[in-house]
Design a protein around this ligand. Structure first.
Ligand SMILES: Nc1nc2c(c(=O)[nH]1)N[C@H]1C(S)=C(S)[C@@H](COP(=O)(O)OP(=O)(O)OC[C@H]3O[C@@H](n4cnc5c(=O)[nH]c(N)nc54)[C@H](O)[C@@H]3O)O[C@H]1N2
Ligand SMILES: Nc1nc2c(c(=O)[nH]1)N[C@H]1C(S)=C(S)[C@@H](COP(=O)(O)OP(=O)(O)OC[C@H]3O[C@@H](n4cnc5c(=O)[nH]c(N)nc54)[C@H](O)[C@@H]3O)O[C@H]1N2
Ligand code: SF4
Ligand SMILES: [Mo]
Length: 739
């Protein structure tokens, strides 16, 4: 047995569950990962990613040297044409027409890379002003990294064009929860699921995407007698443990959940005390319920009316009931309405504000909760303080040593808007800074996204891999992954936990927040200002600065969160944390009912495009694949597959493993078929992890009008047999790239 030099306790870099990891380090390498049995979140359990998925840290393709394009060194603008010229490595598996094969990367030192970055950003800012500047923050990076990134853009470039992948994720849930309660996080912790008598899991493939929470859900059913209702178009693994499964058609959440509300009202299962004491808008809501009979919903959703009645009774009659949800609610052009439909149910029954109840949007990325808390959003400073409020702005102006009135009060652009506004001329985004995101895999309609990327005048990528988006960048700043940095992540329970470095950065890579501080000072000196403070000696100082204004984090110190973390709000140094929200009231006062109407998905199946495509994830892979496809996990799931129901496969003469072309109105991909009853008739599923058959070439970029989240969960496609030789070769890249 290998004896470790040291064992470092830290937090998993993958999903929002936030499992505690012990990294076993020998000779400056992690060689094994275990988990402490007393960890509050996962009790020693880990999924395959947490246990085995750390080796991307050492992958030969990791970039650990700053890179700039040759034209920037030689000052030759001609070479800066994004459209042609030879391919020079660092490329991805993406089809050729989607990657810029143009420019030459040159390895350089930090001084050169940062000076060029500071020069270009300053030049563009001076010429085109705040509105030309934008930044994507990173839900993989720490709270400290993210806080400083938005500080740099707000304090120096005076813009609120700051956003991150939360926009593509729980944006619908966040907007709905804000409107109805005034808060946007999970109301209860995931581990309270064992206290539920009844719980609904909807739009969440929990076993693959929050595996350790799924374990607790199964425990709730098997050991504590809870009844689980799964509402999902796919036959996900949790269905095996469920009391009921309601397989609704994609995009029909509003009629289904509103019909449940209809039944609860019709059968007088409502909690009148809760409605009187804690809510408003009930009468207006009632007035719109009339049309949502279970029979009407059956016609739209395909779920038998009797099942809708039964599910409504189960949920309403429970003593303690909760709702857990995911992307099947949020990622629709009516994502906000879908989440509001769930919130209405909790208000009707009073299943909120107590332990073992609640409204629980399971947050996805390891630190998406934290990046949002840190103000990496276009409408909010850290702590969800609106940017268009003078009092809030004044607090941050004081903290950042900025003249009164200096911070922008103008709401910024969202992720999707930032890219679609990339153009020359008035109001155009000219410079984009991306810290650890991959829009060229994660945005919908990639052929369109590519056009936007090409419109940028200057793009900085700060990442650990040359991902599909960094291929468009002018400068690449090599950051360190979780294993090489200190800081904190905030998980889906709002638990703030420590991240600890296992060893020093590889090569010349630097910690994200240190890159930002260095760059910010160079930019300030070029602009001739010295305002905000950038000289931190450790990451805790950064968190303390943020917590001095954001009261949710006021009582959080590294010492206090050393072993167990703390669940915010933690308003003072002696406060024990707040696992259950809304026990007395909602942040907006009363919870607000919202009347809803049914709006179909933007693109329904028709004769020409007869299948509905839904996209999502598999257990072994992570999003655009930068991490997991550069890991041993890729061997467990090496290629893109489309799932199709046996009945559809038979009609179309498609067998398991056959290559097929999947085509939408926006593009096409070729991949192998998995014939399975996991998907339903008329619906095909593609995970979006595979650049060589990128699901987002197909998806629709229609947005939810309020949350601006794209409709990743439904678009119309054709599926037809393809030739084997048209299948992409997932290994092609290995020979093409330099790393
Ligand atoms: N292995 C792995 N785990 C991950 C991630 C990853 O990439 N890989 N990503 C993380 C992130 S950022 C996130 S946001 C979470 C996402 O976790 P999930 O929300 O579980 O994500 P998806 O895989 O998109 O699955 C969405 C579920 O919604 C269902 N669905 C689709 N359409 C509808 C609909 O119209 N109504 C309803 N009610 N359901 C529908 C799908 O069938 C599927 O079961 O996972 C996190 N965990
Ligand atoms: N079709 C379809 N598209 C979707 C979705 C879907 O369900 N279907 N889901 C959407 C959702 S919910 C999400 S959250 C988005 C995710 O979209 P993205 O956030 O764009 O995807 P990731 O692949 O997680 O990108 C993270 C990047 O951060 C880098 N990285 C990792 N650790 C660090 C670090 O410490 N520092 C820095 N600087 N970089 C780091 C990784 O190498 C990687 O390139 O995708 C969205 N897109
Ligand atoms: S459940 Fe999430 S946090 Fe836990 S080990 Fe798996 S990926 Fe990591
Ligand atoms: Mo997400």
């Amino acid at each position: 047995m290998i004896k470790p030099d040291r064992i470092v306790t830290t937090t998993c870099p993958y999903c929002g569950v936030g499992c505690n990891l012990q990294l076993h380090v020998k000779d400056e390498h992690i060689f094994k990962v275990t988990s402490p049995f007393d960890s509050p979140v996962n009790h020693g359990n880990l999924c395959v990613k947490g246990r085995f998925g750390y080796d991307y840290v050492y992958h030969p393709k990791r970039v650990t040297t700053p890179l700039v394009r040759r034209y920037l060194l030689e000052g030759n603008q001609e070479l800066g044409n994004r459209h042609d010229a030879p391919n020079l490595g660092y490329q991805s598996r993406m089809p050729d027409h989607l990657i810029p094969t143009s420019w030459d990367w040159v390895e350089t030192d930090w001084d050169t890379a940062l000076n060029i970055t500071a020069d270009k950003l300053t030049e563009i800012y001076k010429r085109d002003g705040s509105d030309a500047m934008a930044v994507y923050a990173c839900a993989k990076a720490t709270n400290e990294d993210n806080y400083l990134l938005q500080k740099m853009y707000r304090a120096i470039f005076r813009t609120n064009n700051v956003d991150h992948c939360t926009r593509l994720c729980h944006a619908g849930s966040v907007v709905a929860l804000q409107q109805a309660t005034g808060s946007s996080a999970m109301s209860n912790t995931a581990s309270q699921v064992i206290q539920n008598d009844v719980f609904i899991v909807t739009g969440s493939n929990t076993s693959e995407n929050h595996p350790i929470i799924a374990l607790q859900m199964k425990e709730a059913v098997r050991q504590h007698g809870a009844k689980m209702i799964v509402i999902d178009p796919r036959r996900i693994e949790l269905v095996d443990f469920a009391e009921m499964w309601l397989p609704l058609k994609p995009g029909t959440n509003v009629p289904l959940f509103t019909a449940m509300a209809y039944v609860i009202v019709e059968e007088n299962l409502v909690n009148h005390d809760f409605i009187d004491d804690r809510t408003e808008g009930y009468t207006e809501f009632l007035a719109t319920l009339e049309e949502f009979t279970p029979e009407y919903a059956e016609g739209i959703t395909g779920v038998p009316a009797e099942d809708i009645r039964k599910a409504a009774r189960l949920y309403a009659n429970a003593n303690k009931a909760a709702i857990y949800w995911g992307m099947g609610i949020s990622q629709l052009s009516h994502g906000t309405a879908s989440a509001l439909a769930l919130i209405n149910l909790a208000f009707l029954t009073g299943h909120i504000g107590r332990e073992g109840t609640g409204l629980n949007p399971l947050r996805g990325q390891n630190n998406v909760q934290g990046a949002s808390d840190m103000g990496c959003m276009p409408f909010h400073y850290p702590g969800y303080m609106r940017v268009d409020n003078d009092e809030n702005a004044a607090k941050w102006e004081k903290t950042w040593n900025i003249e009164s009135g200096g911070l922008s009060r103008k709401l910024g652009l969202t992720t999707t808007e930032i890219l679609s506004n990339a153009h020359a001329g008035a109001g155009g985004i000219r410079a984009l800074y991306i810290m650890g995101e991959n829009p060229m895999m994660s945005e919908p309609n990639l052929n369109e996204t590519r056009k936007h990327m090409e419109q940028l005048e200057f793009l900085v990528s700060q990442d650990i891999f040359m991902n599909e988006s960094a291929a468009f960048a002018d400068v690449f700043l090599p950051a360190t992954p979780f294993a090489e940095k200190d800081g904190t992540f905030s998980n889906t329970d709002r638990r703030v936990q420590r991240v600890r470095a296992a060893h020093a950065p590889r090569g010349q890579a630097r910690v994200d927040w240190q890159i930002i501080c260095d760059l910010a000072q160079r930019i300030e000196s070029k602009l001739g200002v010295v305002s905000a403070y950038w000289k931190y000696s450790n990451s805790e100082e950064i968190l303390r600065e943020m917590g001095s204004v954001n009261s949710d984090y006021a009582g959080i110190t590294y010492d206090r969160i050393d072993k167990l973390g703390l669940i915010y709000p933690v308003p003072s140094m002696d406060h024990p944390g707040t696992p259950t929200l809304f026990t007395e009231s909602f942040p907006r006062g009363r919870g607000k009912f919202h009347p809803l109407e049914y709006i179909p998905v933007m693109e329904e199946a028709d004769d020409e495009y007869p299948f509905i495509l839904t996209t999502g994830r598999v257990l072994e892979h992570w999003h655009g694949g930068s991490m997991t496809r550069n890991s041993v996990l890729n061997e467990a799931y090496p290629e893109a597959r489309v799932e199709m129901h046996p009945a559809d496969a038979e009609i179309h003469g498609i067998r398991n493993d056959d290559p097929v072309t999947v085509r939408s109105r926006r593009g096409e991909v070729v991949l192998r078929t998995t014939v399975t009853e996991k998907t339903s008739v008329g619906v095909v599923f593609i995970p979006f992890h595979f650049a060589e058959a990128a699901a987002n070439i197909l998806t629709n970029d229609a947005l939810d009008p309020q949350a601006k989240i794209p409709e990743f969960k439904a678009c119309a496609v054709q599926v037809f047999p393809a030739r084997k030789k048209d299948l992409p070769n997932p290994d092609a890249i290995v020979n093409r790239g330099r790393y």
